[in-house]
Design a protein around this ligand. Structure first.
Ligand code: UGA
Ligand code: MN
Length: 348
């Protein structure tokens, strides 16, 4: 039998009231024996803490960091290669438009596993140029090594998130690095190409690449495992026109899409005067697409008229970054094993 919620509530409330009154008496006794000076100091400490707490909370809400930074972000190109040198997958077909796949990433225990899984999907696809954009000041050797080993055309760059955004209540993740990738594409990308944002915690069916490859302006499709509806998708009428979005978090967005749910033609993007991805958590996609001057009628709908899921926001369980004790293993394989794990950022 279920307990009567109201009785349970009352009981627990009574308990709390009792505790409080005992605490009050104790505090009151303490205050009584304090000197005048001690009471003033206590009042200053409590009052000061309250004022500090209120001001910081108000600042967090009111003084939001700007969506465009006031100073240029730090950006650096680590290494790049325009040649496909892998023995895996199809031969390169020069006539095909290139797909610039932009993957933001950051150091954590899962990073190398994520990039390996994603990169080995990309090996199956011709005419891919993989841009791994690290949220970091330094270029991680483990990423350079991985990219050289895979042999795909690639660019490895770094651009750390500016400090002001790290302090935000909702952090715009992966924005500084995606913006750096966009700049690289604007400066070095060929026009006969498309750009696609594929976060490192996603899983993709490689058939989607062939669908997006011929995008004229912008193409869209559903993304699985997003939000309250387990999917985010354009709503499409009988004529294949986008008429709205099916997404559990509308949030006043014109384009209610996930980062993995669209591709953009590079030539078209370069013609737009003010392309940007704003530092506003949850509104990066909408802000970017608006800056491209896209109308609903411009959107090409893929994945069989947005009826199929070909990419998923799978996500990965977060693991702690442990520091391991190795006293007993200074002379066996475990020493080198853990050294390698440290290089991959799996342990401290
Ligand atoms: C999604 C979007 O991709 C983010 O741009 C957005 O900030 C976020 O939703 C939001 O609306 O709050 P989400 O899946 O929530 O991101 O976050 P992650 O998967 O942790 O990060 C997105 C991408 O940015 C990943 O590729 C991740 O590796 C990278 N990232 C994450 C960084 O580069 N730096 C970080 O500190 C965290
Ligand atoms: Mn994610």
């Amino acid at each position: 039998m279920f307990e009567d919620a109201s009785t349970t509530g009352q009981n627990s409330k009574k308990g709390k009231v009792g505790d409080h009154s005992r605490l009050d008496v104790l505090l009151w006794d303490k205050i009584q024996v304090m000197s005048h000076r001690q009471r003033i100091i206590m009042a200053i400490i409590i009052g000061g803490s309250l004022i500090y707490f209120t001001i910081t909370q108000v600042l967090l809400v009111v003084a939001k960091a700007p969506s465009e930074p006031t100073q240029p972000e730090f950006r650096k190109i680590c290494t790049f290669s325009l040649e496909r040198e892998t023995i895996y997958g199809p031969a390169e077909e020069e006539s095909l438009p290139i797909i610039y796949v932009v993957t933001p990433t950051y150091k954590r225990p899962e990073m190398v596993a994520e990039l390996t899984r994603l990169g080995q999907s990309l090996l199956l696809v011709p005419r891919i140029h993989w841009i791994i954009a690290e949220d970091n000041r330094e270029c991680s050797p483990v990423i350079s090594n991985l990219l050289t080993r895979f042999g795909l055309p690639y660019t490895h760059l770094v651009s750390p998130m500016p400090e002001i955004y790290r302090k935000e209540r909702y952090i715009p993740r992966g924005v500084s690095n995606r913006r750096a990738a966009l700049q690289w594409i604007k400066e070095n990308g060929v026009n006969h190409a498309v750009v696609y944002f594929l976060d490192d915690d996603n899983a993709i069916d490689i058939r989607l690449f062939e669908e997006m490859r011929t995008t004229k302006k912008v193409s869209m499709w559903p993304v699985g495992l997003i939000g309250d509806y387990s999917v985010s998708s354009p709503v499409v009428d009988k004529m294949d026109n986008v008429v709205g979005f099916y997404d559990g978090w509308p949030a006043d967005r014109k384009f209610q899409v996930d980062m993995a749910g669209f591709a953009v033609n590079v030539g078209y993007m370069k013609k737009q005067p003010k392309v940007t991805m704003p530092y506003i958590a949850g509104h990066e996609e909408d802000g970017f697409l608006k800056s491209l001057n896209i109308r609903y009628e411009d959107v090409e709908v893929l994945a069989s008229g947005c009826t199929e899921v070909m990419v998923w926001h799978t996500r990965t369980t977060k693991n702690p970054t442990r520091s391991l004790r190795l006293d007993k293993h200074q002379h066996d394989n475990i020493k080198r094993l853990t050294d390698n794990m440290r290089q991959m950022g799996m342990i401290k």
